[in-house]
Design a protein around this ligand. Structure first.
Ligand code: SAH
Ligand code: SF4
Length: 363
């Protein structure tokens, strides 16, 4: 079986070069061809010796995921559905803004964590994506956006906020992060790459050592009893432990704060009293808040908080000295907004049958 070189970061590519009897600098050349110029044909890598090109073609491939469909929203947001084998597909979303272009990528086919307001979580879990499939989303998007390795980058920021929980696919995600930061590959700074987690505490500590990029934590509730329901992994890693992990992360973080994401669910977590409780909860953690108006999907059972309620909630945080942004909903006409990503997932956890039963019971 030929190896897929998109699976390798610099360290692994250097080891591979050694195995086939090549010097370490070849690894940097290869990275540059594959990721900076988006080349997938060894024959076109003009500064590699012919004999090396032949050797590479015999032992390796450069295989990004295939695109199943592409859509463009009225606001310019673009979404690609990428095949990841066995009938599964995941979404990648590009959000153009005046000063930056952000690519939101997936890390798993589905998600096992069952947050109640998330359509990915409702679908079940199939498998972890490989490093090639994770970085392949960036590889593809660059190509689709017409970037040829010259001039200003179209993708200036990457957020790991698509399908899946990145910290539960740790090694493959870290391999992809290394490539995002590598000057021979995508050359992004650590502040421009944000990993979002639902709160996998040991993963946060491991990330702080392996590759401390900007951290976003999905908080969504001001106390354990509500968070246990909305984000069930809270039962394993309750708020006190999660906030302590955030405090530890600050020491190595590329920015001097952690971003807390908070989805605004009408009548569930959006009252003034809950905002006050939240202020008290995070008082020892240098943080910013990102309020996300809930994006609905069929049978979600939740409603989005009204703009008035969201601004009242925001004011409580702001008055306590916290910087708050309210996320603009982008791409909802192509189901590309946060939490609407459904990809195509063959659930392996047999969760659906249970869900149907639950739904029948509640009828
Ligand atoms: N698993 C990671 C990253 C993917 S989800 C995490 O949970 O953080 C990215 C963000 O979208 C998270 O903050 C998540 O809570 C939020 N989200 C999920 N479903 C949503 C929905 N229906 N509307 C708005 N935001 C949602
Ligand atoms: Fe998984 Fe994140 Fe969705 Fe929760 S919000 S189910 S952790 S993708």
């Amino acid at each position: 079986m030929p190896v897929n070189l998109l699976d390798y970061d610099l360290a692994r590519l250097t080891a591979f070069c050694k195995e086939i009897g090549e010097k370490p600098f070849r690894a940097r050349q290869l990275l540059r061809w594959m990721h900076h110029f988006g080349e997938s044909d060894f024959a076109k890598m003009s500064d590699l010796a012919k004999s090396l090109r032949v050797k590479l073609a015999a032992t390796a491939v450069i295989e990004p995921p295939k695109v199943k469909s592409a859509s463009v929203s009225a606001d310019g947001t673009r979404k690609w559905l990428l095949e990841v084998g066995s009938g599964n597909a995941v979404d990648a979303v590009f959000i153009p803004e005046a000063e930056r272009g952000t690519l939101c990528i997936s890390t798993q086919a589905g998600c096992a964590l069952e947050c109640t307001f998330c359509s990915t979580g409702r679908q079940g879990f199939n498998r972890n994506l490989t490093t090639a499939e994770i970085i392949g989303q960036l590889w593809w998007a660059n190509k689709a956006l017409g970037y040829d390795g010259r001039g200003e980058r179209v993708i200036s920021n990457v957020v790991l906020m698509g399908m899946g929980e990145p910290l539960l696919n740790f090694d493959n995600v870290v391999g992809a992060l290394h490539l995002m930061l590598d000057d021979n590959a995508y050359g992004l700074s650590r502040r421009r790459v944000t990993l979002s987690t639902s709160g996998v505490v040991p993963g946060i500590d491991r990330l702080s050592k392996a590759c401390p990029v900007a951290l976003a934590v999905s908080l969504h509730a001001p106390n354990d009893s509500l968070r246990d329901i909305l984000v069930p992994i809270n039962k394993k890693y309750p708020l006190r432990e999660l906030l302590a992990a955030c405090q530890r992360y600050i020491d190595v973080a590329p920015r001097d704060f952690v971003t807390f994401e908070y989805v605004m669910l009408e009548g569930v977590n959006d009252s003034v009293a809950q905002a006050r409780q939240l202020v008290d909860l995070v008082k020892d953690v240098p943080c910013k808040f990102n309020l996300i108006p809930f994006n609905s999907f069929p049978d979600s059972g939740y409603q989005r908080s009204t703009p008035e309620v969201i601004s009242r909630f925001r004011d409580v945080l702001t008055q306590a000295g916290i910087v708050v942004t309210t996320r603009k909903t982008r791409g909802d006409d192509i189901d590309a907004a946060c939490g609407q990503l459904v990809g195509q997932v063959q659930d392996r956890t047999k969760r659906k049958s249970r869900k149907v039963t639950l739904m029948e019971n509640s009828l």
